[in-house]
Design a protein around this ligand. Structure first.
Ligand SMILES: Cc1ncc(COP(=O)(O)O)c(C=O)c1O
Length: 292
């Protein structure tokens, strides 16, 4: 998926080795729906006959149609690699479709919604196992950090526990609530909502650019990521609900977070008021509980 359409820079950006070693051709979204344009993916695959089709993104708040990607990959005689860095935690918790039956390789990071240590994982069948193993070691990676391996084991154990399913579903419900709250504040929500943990918004309806929006939010003690928006030069804001959900916040708090973001963006309240309310909210839902 092209970077400006929501893809990740490790999928062919010239600034990354992937873009220097491989000839990536980016696909994108339909300008009307904001959803992946599968007709375009198919047409590009027919024209370029890729060895690999990569699916998975950074700022696309919907799930790919893995069956459609599989079909297109089969037609082009290509391998299908699903980069599930973002949804892997939702997939583990049963709150997102599972790419494993469709992909030749599923890769993911372990530190996003999965809530593990900074690191990654690769899943594949026995047909590719040896090649994948060799591509990791000795080709691209040295000895493993055993503290990280242990932390991954703990994260996978947590992801198998029954309450992880509840967490994953709450993450999505919270993202939907946050998207609705931000829409009510006058922001344009990319694709009109979300099926994931991500909400991507355009701040242009508030007559702001993303840089100004980010500065105003920072003044209210809110730090947010700026990302590209498809089909335009402007940038938008990208947020995810995994951390707030882990802190114990629910849909009522998402409505409050949306209202606080709206107030900070409009800068229509006395300085410090948003900051004080953010402190009050995060004080009631602290990221880490004291064990002392
Ligand atoms: C689709 C995708 N793949 C891979 C990564 C790599 O993650 P990191 O740079 O955190 O290791 C990201 C990070 O945002 C991502 O969105």
């Amino acid at each position: 998926m092209a970077l400006e359409q929501g893809g990740h820079l490790t999928h062919g950006s010239p600034a990354n080795f992937s873009g220097r070693w491989f000839d990536f051709v980016g696909y994108g979204t339909d300008p009307d729906t904001g959803l992946i344009d599968y007709a375009q993916v198919r047409a590009l695959a027919r024209r370029h006959r890729p060895k690999v089709i990569v699916c998975g993104s950074t700022s696309y708040p919907r799930h790919p149609d893995y069956a459609a990607f599989r079909e297109i990959a089969d037609e082009a005689d290509a391998h299908l690699v699903v980069d599930a860095a973002h949804p892997i935690g939702l997939i583990a918790g049963g709150a997102a479709p599972n790419p494993v039956p469709y992909a030749d390789i599923v890769c993911a990071t372990t530190h996003k919604v999965l809530r593990g240590p900074r690191g990654g994982l690769l899943l594949c069948g026995s047909r590719l196992a040896e090649r994948v193993d060799r591509a990791v070691f000795p080709f691209s990676q040295g000895g493993a950090q055993m503290n990280t391996v242990a932390a991954k084991a703990v994260a996978f154990g947590e992801a198998q526990a029954p309450d992880f399913t509840g967490y994953a579903h709450r993450v999505v419900a919270n993202a939907r609530a946050l998207a609705a709250a931000l829409e009510a504040e006058g922001l344009a929500v990319v694709t009109g909502g979300t099926d994931t943990h991500l909400v991507v918004v355009d701040v242009a309806p508030l007559a702001l650019d993303a840089g100004t929006a980010r500065r105003r939010l920072a003044a209210g003690a809110v730090v947010l990521d700026v990302c590209g928006l498809p089909h335009g030069a402007a940038r938008g804001l990208r947020m995810g609900t995994a951390a707030l959900t882990t802190q114990g916040m629910g849909e009522a708090e998402m409505a409050r977070v949306g209202a606080l973001l709206g107030a900070a963006l409009r800068a229509d309240r006395p300085g410090g008021e948003v900051r004080a309310q953010v402190a009050e909210l995060t004080g009631r839902f602290p990221p880490y509980r004291s064990h002392m």
